[in-house]
Design a protein around this ligand. Structure first.
Ligand code: HEC
Length: 114
């Protein structure tokens, strides 16, 4: 039973915990003038935060996380879900037009990541 509970916890990492462990030391530091604070990051779209972690200024930090953790922490910080925002949806539509089987795997993959 304990093992079950632990493995579930490992598969669904908590955005607040990831933030506390991986980001707070810089982003909650009042002496750090350059880092956007959580309130400022709440104004950012989740896609923007995710991109920052994957290929932007936070790449070094982002690559220490699993892809699912990057998505979860992006959603946690923006307070909005990634999948329901316009840019991601229009991308998915385009892909569905060109090849339906490809978009299926992409959909499935994004569900697994979440
Ligand atoms: C080692 C310190 C440090 C850690 C750890 C850190 N950051 Fe940052 N972060 C910064 C600094 C410094 C900036 C400002 C960079 C700049 O403006 O050039 C920044 C900027 C950002 C931005 C704004 C980027 C932009 O283009 O405006 C986001 C979003 C962000 N960080 C998210 C995160 C997340 C999420 C984590 C945890 C996974 C994290 N950061 C961990 C130091 C850190």
């Amino acid at each position: 039973m304990l093992f079950c509970a632990l493995s579930v916890a490992a598969q669904t990492p908590d955005g607040a915990a990831i933030y506390q462990q991986q980001c707070a030391k810089c982003h909650d530091d009042p002496k750090e003038k350059r880092t956007p604070k959580p309130a400022a990051m709440k104004q950012m779209p989740p896609e923007y935060i995710l991109r920052t972690l994957e290929s932007g200024v936070m790449m070094t930090q982002g690559w220490q996380l699993k892809p699912a953790e990057r998505r979860i922490v992006s959603e946690f910080l923006s307070g909005k879900p990634l999948s329901q925002t316009a840019p991601a949806r229009s991308k998915r539509k385009k892909r569905a037009k060109t090849s339906s089987s490809k978009s299926l795997t992409a959909d499935r993959r994004s569900k697994l990541l979440l």
